[in-house]
Design a protein around this ligand. Structure first.
Ligand code: ADP
Length: 446
């Protein structure tokens, strides 16, 4: 097992990973920028190094500075969390060169999965269902139109190197292609430095369902699914699980494990799918890291996923078999973003009051505290409130009770929106697609 690990991240996930490391008896090291020097993960760490940069994001993105910090603290591994360098194959390659373990898959696997065209091909070959689409990049509108006629409109143009929903364009007819293609290519070039795009069938009325996987390079198991259709700007706001029948879970679960094994995956991974109104699944992408919503799965399975990911990275074989993964009750995670609940514009500021709920079945993961200065330069996620119930109904009733106990003064938060969702008829009846917030504009009048 590792002796000392650097967490190359900040905020709630840095705190969460530090907790798992400490419970394994591993010393916790952190890096931090100027804004985070007094943050809880840094204060709780055994050792920390400041990487002070004019652009605050660079504190967590400067590969050579992070490696230098790792070496100066004498760590044997780095945990990337999510975001920042978590999916950066160059970073992982550099750690490999330095003989420092990356807690996650190899740089080759990250590179493969980071290319949506290659990932689609690999997963289709492993037997996963993928939407009809191009198997090579598309560069001219003539090519794209031919493909779209084969696939059938509407189609969606996506960046091969994409992430965060950036650049995606929906196309309903041939006439729209020229400008949509140019727009997607130029957004992809400026966001990812790679303007390769591809075309796939646009799945209408879709739900977002994802599977949690853990693998050790040889064998993979899954921890069931999470339902994450309530999104703003293609980013998740509320996640819950379980969602599927046992039969469907076993079917797709076996497929995602085959997909992970086919690429020699090691560590935690999430396989994301769209599920259409007929219940058909379409593979979207693999996220090769811990996800914000891993907590939902931990709550309904009782397993510490972050700890399992660290153990596998240290060279242990998978300590569990598929038949040992059981599901109890229902969990809902509310992302408490410091944002205006109508416009989702970030709302940085100092918290002069900060109180979170507790009680049976309630978990709060947060780095917030009274006096915390919520910076405007990072992600607006301030806390995650996860509520468990024996069934969805109880989880919803409990959620209504506990969300009203959240006090965060000094910033705006999306708590009022969550509370409105908890009373909305379609949500209660599980009639939720990825267009839920657009289709329920009344919720944003809160
Ligand atoms: P990114 O990596 O940029 O987040 P994804 O491929 O994971 O991109 O897709 C993000 C979101 O975009 C999905 O959750 C869904 O809302 C929408 N989307 C992507 N592909 C399709 C598609 N083929 N049909 C309909 N919606 C899609």
């Amino acid at each position: 097992m590792f002796h000392r690990v650097l967490v190359a991240n900040r905020g709630e996930i840095a705190l969460r990973i530090g907790r798992a490391l400490r419970s394994l008896g591993i010393e916790v090291c952190m890096i931090h920028g100027r804004e985070d020097r007094l943050s809880l993960p840094v204060r709780f760490a055994d050792d920390a190094r400041g990487i002070l940069r004019d652009n605050p994001l660079d504190s967590y993105l400067d590969i050579e500075a992070v490696i230098a910090a790792a070496k100066s603290m004498g760590v044997d591994a780095v945990h990337p969390g999510y975001g920042f360098l978590a999916e950066n194959a160059d970073f992982v390659r550099r750690l490999e060169e330095e003989g420092i373990t990356f807690i996650g898959p190899s740089s080759d696997v990250i590179r493969l999965l980071g290319d949506k065209i290659e990932a689609r091909k690999a997963m289709e070959a492993a037997g996963l269902p993928v939407a009809k689409g191009s198997s090579e990049p598309v560069s001219t509108s003539e090519e794209a139109i031919l493909l779209a006629e084969e696939i059938g409109y509407p189609v969606i143009i996506k960046a091969a190197a994409g992430g965060g929903g950036i650049g995606m364009q929906i196309v309903h007819e041939a006439g729209e292609f020229t400008s949509a293609l140019k727009l997607c290519q130029s957004r992809a070039r400026s966001a990812f430095g790679d303007d390769r795009v591809f075309v796939e069938k646009y799945i209408e009325g879709a739900q977002h369902v994802e599977f949690q996987v853990l693998a050790d390079g040889k064998r993979a198991i899954h921890f069931g699914e999470r339902f994450c259709s309530i999104q703003r700007r293609h980013q998740k706001l509320l996640e819950e699980g379980p969602w599927l029948t046992e039969e469907v879970r076993a079917d797709i679960g076996a497929k995602v494990c085959a997909g992970a094994e086919a690429v020699g995956y090691s560590g935690l991974a999430t396989f994301e799918f769209l599920r259409d109104a007929h219940g058909d699944f379409y593979f979207l992408e693999v996220n090769p890291r811990v996800q914000v919503e891993h907590t939902v799965t931990e709550t309904i399975t009782g397993h510490d996923l972050v700890e399992l990911g660290i153990r596998v990275a240290s060279g242990e074989a998978l300590p569990l078999n598929q038949n040992e993964i059981e599901f109890t009750g229902h969990a809902i995670q509310f992302r408490i973003n410091a944002e205006d609940p109508r416009t989702f514009i970030p709302s940085p500021g100092r918290l002069w009051e900060c109180h979170f709920p507790g009680g049976v079945g309630v978990r709060v993961d947060t780095h917030a505290h009274i006096g915390y200065d919520m910076p405007g330069c990072f992600d607006s996620l301030l806390a995650k409130v996860i509520v468990w119930g024996e069934d969805r109904d109880q989880a919803i009733r409990r959620s209504r009770a506990v969300l009203s106990e959240t006090i965060l003064d000094g910033v705006d938060t999306v708590v009022p929106l969550h509370r409105a969702i908890l009373d909305e008829r379609d949500f209660l009846d599980r009639r939720v697609t990825i267009r839920y917030l657009e289709e329920h504009p009344g919720l944003l009048g809160v």
